[in-house]
Write a new protein. Structure first.
Length: 654
C-alpha cells in the first residue's frame, strides 16, 4: 500500500510525489549531474524511508537562494550522486511509491537544509507550504454548509485578474459562491499582462513565484514575462475562471449601500458604456505596482519621437540603431538596458539614485534538463528545491533590515554591523565587475544602506553593460525634455530618438483611481490621505465586506514571494465572508480600535527598519512625508500566524 504521502484523496497520486519514472540507470546518472544535491538527499529519504541520507553529513552553511548545492564540496556531491543511482533504480523498480515520513522526520529534513534547527512556527508554516500530504490545506471546504439560497444571494465582485484576483476566484469557486472578476486588461496576469518590455522577468525565484498548490516546470530559475502570462492563462483555464471574467472592463467606483448592505459597483464596458453590479462582498485585487508614474519634467510633450512608460512598451517598437534614452534605472530599467544595449546605436541611462544589486549567477540561467527531470519525477524534490529558494529570505525575517540604535547609522553608510558587512560584499561585487573603471565604480556604489531600496539582481549583465562604448550612465539631473533629446541641468543636450520612462509606479495610491465610498459616505481616499493603512493589510473600518489583497502595508521588500501573502490574505478574506454567511448576518467590519492599534504597531515597527531610513531620499516605498505605509514589517511566519485564524473579537458582525 502506498503511504499517505504517495497518494491523496481517493487513491489519486500526490502531485508532489512526482511522475513515476522508467529511465534506465545511465539516464538517471546523467540527469543527476544537473540536480541540487541537498534537495536530492531529501528526496532520497522520501524514496527509501532511510533517514541516514540526512544524518551522515551536515551542510556547513544555511540554504542560499543562488547556490543550489548549499556549499557542498564537489567530492561530496559526486559521492551522493553515485550512491543515489541504485537507490533511485530500486525506487523505480518497486513502483515509485514514496515512503511516508512523519512530521518529526520532515522537520529533521528541513533542519538539514537549514543547517540549524527551525523554530516551531516557521517549521509549521513551511510544512503547510510544502504540502507533503498533497491536498491544498487552504482549499475552501465550507461551501456545502451554507444554504444554496444564501449563496445565491451573495454575489462577490473581484477587482483584478492578476495573481491575487485569480487566487480569489479559485477560492470563491471552491466556496460555491457566485462571483465576477473584472479586469481592465484583455487577459489575466495583471502586472505580467502589462509589463512586456524587453527583459521583463521575475526577480524572485520562479519556483517560489507560483501558488503553493500549483507548482510548474519553469524553464528558467527567474523566468520571463511570456512564461508568467502562460502560467496565469493555464491556471484560469484549469479552474474554469474564464466564464467569470469580464475583460477590458474597468471598475470606476464602488459605493456601500448601508440600507441594503450591498456594494454598488460601477463598471465601464469595453465600448465605453456604463453598467452597475451589486455585490455583497468586494475583493480588491488591483495590485499596487501597476499605476504608471510618469515624471513631471518640462517639455515631455514636445518630444518628437516615441516616448512611453516602461509598462506601456509599444509592441511594434524597433529600437535597432536608435539613440535611446532610458530615464529611471530601478527594477524595470535594470532589466531593459542590458537587453537593448547591443541593438541600439547609443543608450543613455539617466539614473537619479544608484541601486544596490545582488550578485546572482543563475538570474538568467535555464533550468537544465537533468534538474527538470528531477523536478518532474523525484518525489518531493520540487518541494525541496522550492525550499532552497524560499527559506533563506524567510528564515532571517526582518532582522537584517533593523536599524541598530547603538550603531552610528546617521550617515547612511550602514544601519548595523551586519548591514555594513553586507555593504562590503555587495560593493566587492561592483568593484570586481568594474575593475579598471573608477569612474563607473564611483557612480555605481549607493550612498545609502544596503537593501534600503528594493535590491535588484545582477549576474554581471548590468555592470558589464556599463562598460560598453555605446552606453552612458548619467547622474546629472534632468532639466527638460527637448524635441530631440534630454537636457540635463548642466545644459548638455543628449540627442534621443526614443525615450522610455522606467520611472516606477504610484505605489502609495492603493486602489486608485477607483472612488471607493464606504459607510456614511466616507471615501477611502479621505480616510487614508497619504497614510493608507488596513488591518492586516486586508480591511478597513467604515468599509464593511470589502477586502484587499496586496493592500497597504503588505508589500515585501524582505522575505519570500508575494504569492505567500496572497494565499494568507485570500484565506482571511474568505474566512470573513464565511462568518457573515454562516450566521446569515449582513456584514463584517473590523473594529476601529483594533485597526488603530494595528496601524500604530505597523508604523512603530516599520520606522525601525532600513526602508524608512532618512538617508534614502527617493524611494517608491515612502509617502510624500517620507513615511512608509506600503511595506510589511512582519517576518512572513509572523504574518502567517497573524492572518491564519480570524479572531471574531477583532470584527463587528452585524
Ligand atoms: P522603481 O524601482 O521605483 O524605479 C524607478 C526609477 O525611476 C528609479 O531609478 C527612480 O529614481 C527613477 N525616477 C522616478 N521618478 C523620477 C524622476 N522624476 N526623475 C528621474 N528619475 C526618476 O520602479 P520600477 O523599476 O518600475 O520598479 C518598481 C517595483 O516594481 C519594483 O520595486 C518591484 O517591486 C517591481 N518590479 C519587479 C520586477 C521584477 O520582479 N522583475 C521588475 C520591475 C518592477 P529614484 O531611485 O531616485 O527614485
Amino acid at each position: 500500500m502506498p503511504g499517505a504521502q504517495g497518494t491523496q484523496g481517493q487513491g489519486e497520486r500526490n502531485p508532489h510525489a512526482g511522475e513515476p519514472l522508467t529511465d534506465d540507470d545511465e539516464s538517471i546518472a546523467r540527469a543527476l549531474e544537473d540536480v541540487s544535491v541537498p534537495a536530492l538527499i531529501c528526496s532520497l529519504v522520501h524514496m527509501t524511508g532511510d533517514p541516514t541520507w540526512v544524518r551522515e553529513r551536515t551542510l556547513r552553511r544555511a540554504t542560499s537562494m543562488v547556490d543550489f548545492q548549499i556549499g557542498m564540496s564537489a567530492d561530496d556531491q559526486a559521492d551522493v550522486r553515485r550512491r543515489a543511482v541504485p537507490a533511485i533504480a530500486a525506487y523505480r523498480d518497486a513502483g515509485c511509491e514514496p515512503a511516508e515520513l512523519g512530521d518529526e522526520l520532515l522537520d529533521e529534513l528541513m533542519a538539514f537544509m537549514a543547517a540549524a534547527p527551525i523554530e516551531p512556527r516557521l517549521a509549521a508554516m513551511m510544512r503547510e507550504d510544502m504540502r507533503f500530504d498533497g491536498p491544498d490545506p487552504r482549499a475552501v471546504e465550507w461551501g456545502d454548509s451554507v444554504p444554496d439560497d444564501v449563496k445565491r444571494r451573495s454575489p462577490v465582485v473581484v477587482i483584478g485578474a492578476g495573481e491575487s484576483g485569480i487566487l480569489a476566484g479559485i477560492r470563491l469557486a471552491q466556496a460555491g459562491l457566485p462571483f465576477t472578476i473584472i479586469d481592465k486588461n484583455g487577459g489575466p496576469g495583471g502586472t505580467w499582462w502589462e509589463n512586456r518590455y524587453p527583459g521583463a522577468r521575475v526577480d524572485v525565484g520562479s519556483h517560489q513565484y507560483c501558488y503553493s498548490f500549483e507548482p510548474t516546470e519553469w524553464t528558467q530559475y527567474y523566468c520571463q514575462h511570456p512564461e508568467l502570462r502562460a502560467y496565469f492563462e493555464g491556471i484560469v483555464a484549469k479552474y474554469g475562471l474564464d466564464a467569470h471574467c469580464r475583460w477590458n472592463t474597468t471598475v470606476t467606483g464602488v459605493r456601500w449601500d448601508d440600507e441594503h448592505s450591498v456594494w454598488r459597483v460601477a463598471i465601464e464596458l469595453p465600448d465605453g458604456s456604463a453598467e452597475a453590479l451589486d455585490a455583497r462582498f468586494v475583493i480588491s485585487a488591483v495590485g499596487s505596482l501597476n499605476l504608471p508614474k510618469l515624471p513631471e519634467i518640462p517639455g515631455m510633450d514636445t518630444f518628437e519621437g516615441p516616448s512611453f512608460h516602461s509598462a506601456r512598451w509599444p509592441a511594434d517598437l524597433d529600437v535597432t540603431g536608435t539613440a535611446f534614452a532610458l530615464i529611471g534605472a530601478g527594477a524595470s530599467g535594470f532589466q531593459i538596458a542590458p537587453v537593448i544595449a547591443d541593438e541600439v546605436q547609443q543608450l543613455t541611462i539617466y539614473q537619479r539614485t544608484t541601486q544596490w544589486m545582488f550578485p546572482n549567477p543563475v538570474y538568467r540561467a535555464y533550468v537544465p534538463a537533468g534538474n527538470q527531470w528531477a523536478i518532474r519525477h523525484l518525489p518531493f524534490y520540487a518541494r525541496w528545491f522550492r525550499f532552497i529558494q524560499t527559506f533563506p529570505g524567510i528564515s532571517t525575517g526582518t532582522t537584517p533590515f533593523r536599524v541598530d540604535p547603538d550603531y552610528p547609522h546617521e550617515d547612511g553608510n550602514a544601519i548595523s554591523e551586519a548591514n555594513l558587512a553586507r555593504r562590503e560584499v555587495l560593493e566587492q561585487w561592483i568593484r570586481s565587475q568594474l575593475d579598471g573603471r573608477p569612474d563607473l565604480i564611483e557612480r555605481s556604489i549607493p550612498d545609502y544602506p544596503a537593501s534600503g531600496k528594493r535590491i535588484v539582481q545582477d549576474d554581471g549583465f548590468w555592470l558589464q553593460m556599463l562598460r560598453k562604448d555605446n552606453v552612458e550612465l548619467v547622474h546629472t539631473g534632468i532639466e527638460r525634455i527637448a524635441p530631440n533629446g534630454v537636457v540635463t541641468v548642466d545644459g548638455v543636450l543628449r540627442e534621443a530618438d526614443v525615450i522610455c520612462y522606467a520611472t516606477g509606479f504610484r505605489h502609495n495610491e492603493f486602489l486608485a483611481p477607483m472612488e471607493v465610498t464606504g459607510r456614511g459616505g466616507v471615501t477611502l481616499r479621505e480616510q487614508w490621505g497619504d497614510e493608507p493603512s488596513a488591518y492586516l493589510g486586508v480591511t478597513s473600518p467604515n468599509f464593511p465586506n470589502l477586502f484587499y489583497l496586496y493592500g497597504p502595508g503588505t508589500n515585501l521588500a524582505h522575505s519570500s514571494s508575494l504569492f505567500f501573502h496572497s494565499e494568507y490574505q485570500t484565506s482571511h478574506a474568505l474566512d470573513a465572508i464565511h462568518r457573515v454567511l454562516a450566521t446569515d448576518a449582513r456584514s463584517i467590519e473590523v473594529r476601529a480600535d483594533v485597526h488603530e492599534r494595528y496601524a500604530a504597531w505597523h508604523q512603530e515597527e516599520i520606522s525601525q527598519l532600513v526602508w524608512a531610513h532618512p538617508s534614502i531620499h527617493h524611494s517608491h516605498y515612502k509617502n510624500p512625508q517620507g513615511k512608509v505605509f506600503t511595506l510589511s514589517p512582519w517576518p512572513i511566519d509572523q504574518y502567517w500566524e497573524m492572518t491564519r485564524e480570524l479572531d471574531p473579537d477583532d470584527y463587528i458582525v452585524s
